[in-house]
Design a protein around this ligand. Structure first.
Ligand code: G3I
Length: 375
């Protein structure tokens, strides 16, 4: 129900006019209901959730979200671990689960410099593959994967994390072997494999002006070549202290929207733990109590004041998303705090609380704060 009508209700009631009571008048209790008409709300699903072996989490996801992404199981290393050997078992299960629950699927990810098997970049002798061989492998992969789910996957993260923090192109094996044209090649191949899929360039820290400008250059270059791109994916792996100025997020959304593309918030989470400056990240927390206290302070639970701070920041972020028509999707990178990758990155074995459902799958203050924006 549009917010403007909601504001009229008290006046209507005073005038003795009561709106007809129907399902749309009930207070929304799920994220997918609450934000319907604004943007899709979803989550990344780990293998246990897709397979239904994470008790209750799969049901929570089906109730709360109307779009899903495979956290790892549609990446190259899982779909084509050896050349010509495809394994679609888990990805097929994700599509079936999504379609059974009226959810869209975003395919993550066709081309990335990580979680891509070494064989992709090597010739038969183990030397670096040549341009033609790598291009052929990329086309074979994209045709097999995006072609298999043609008409079923709503959008694809076609290229992930091609930029450095200064907005220059990352020196990945893709760039080294294929040259900067690899991005346009991947998008063109994805469009050929599934002409109706939305094609997304996905990256992190795009709120930073230099990296934002790098993404603008990518979009403009694709548009200049007449290669389809429909959205920029802002991963949005944030924390209580970064971005320092959330208006940088708004400025990036506006910059991408000005190009005529949508913005999808693809991997949203908000860490509450300190970033281990200087530590090698590999230090064994269990052997170092001082380190535990400093870098893993909430092992026994999330303090209420920290939960409240996180709720305020999530609400401020969602206000920005609601204020920009260009935002068409917001996907959390996980369902509950228990399954978040942030418990093991940048340090293994910490207890973080980056999402809006707690370790028992219960709504946190952050859930209530964002729901209150549209209730
Ligand atoms: O599946 C193996 C398991 O068999 C093994 O026992 C276990 C211990 O080594 O590792 C398991 O694989 C792990 C995999 O997640 C599945 O849990 C990998 O080690 C681990 O590196 C991998 O991490 C994923 C990470 O991408 C890899 O870069 C995270 O789950 C995933 O959340 C994260 O997601 C990325 C996005 O794809 C792109 N944007 C950034 C985001 C966060 O890094």
């Amino acid at each position: 129900m549009k917010r403007s009508f909601v504001r009229l209700i008290p006046l209507l009631l005073l005038a003795g006019i009561t709106a007809p009571v129907d399902a749309s008048d009930t207070v929304p209790e799920t994220l997918r209901e609450a934000f319907a008409g604004h943007f899709h709300v979803g989550a990344a699903l780990g293998r246990a959730v897709i397979e239904g072996t994470a008790p209750g989490v799969q049901g929570l996801a089906a109730r709360q979200f109307d779009t899903v992404t495979a956290e790892n199981d549609m990446k190259w290393e899982n779909l084509q671990p050896e050349e010509g050997q495809f394994d679609f078992g888990i990805s097929d299960a994700l599509l079936d689960f999504a379609e059974a629950n009226d959810m869209q699927v975003t395919g993550h990810v066709l081309l990335w410099h990580q979680q891509t098997p070494d064989w992709v970049f090597q010739d038969d002798t183990g030397a670096p593959a040549g341009r033609e061989q790598l291009l052929q492998r990329l086309e074979t992969h994209i045709q097999a994967v995006a072609g298999r789910y043609r008409g079923r996957v709503h959008g694809w993260d076609v290229v992930n994390e091609a930029l450095n923090e200064d907005g220059s192109l990352r020196a990945s094996k893709w760039l080294e072997i294929l040259g900067p044209d690899y991005i346009a090649q991947a998008f063109a191949m994805a469009h050929a494999a599934d002409p109706d899929a939305r094609l997304i360039y996905n990256d992190y820290n795009l709120y930073q002006p230099a990296k934002r400008d790098g993404a603008v250059r990518i979009v403009k270059a694709l548009q200049a070549k007449g290669v389809p791109i429909h959205a920029v994916g802002m991963q949005a792996h944030y924390g209580l202290g970064h971005p320092e100025d959330l208006q940088d997020v708004a400025r990036s959304i506006q910059a991408f929207a000005a190009l005529g593309v949508d913005v999808e918030i693809t991997e949203l989470d908000m860490a509450v733990l300190p970033f281990p400056q200087g530590s090698d990240g590999g230090a064994n927390l269990d052997e170092n109590f001082e380190l535990q206290e400093r870098l893993d302070p909430y092992r026994d639970g999330l303090p209420e004041d920290v939960a409240a701070l996180q709720a305020e920041r999530y609400a401020a972020l969602f206000r920005i998303f609601l204020d920009h028509e260009a935002v068409t999707r917001v996907t959390f990178w996980g369902v509950t705090d228990a399954g978040s990758w942030k418990n093991n990155w940048p340090m293994v074995g910490r207890t973080d609380y980056p999402l809006v459902f707690d370790r028992q799958g219960k709504p946190k203050p952050a859930f209530e704060a964002i729901m209150d924006l549209v209730r």
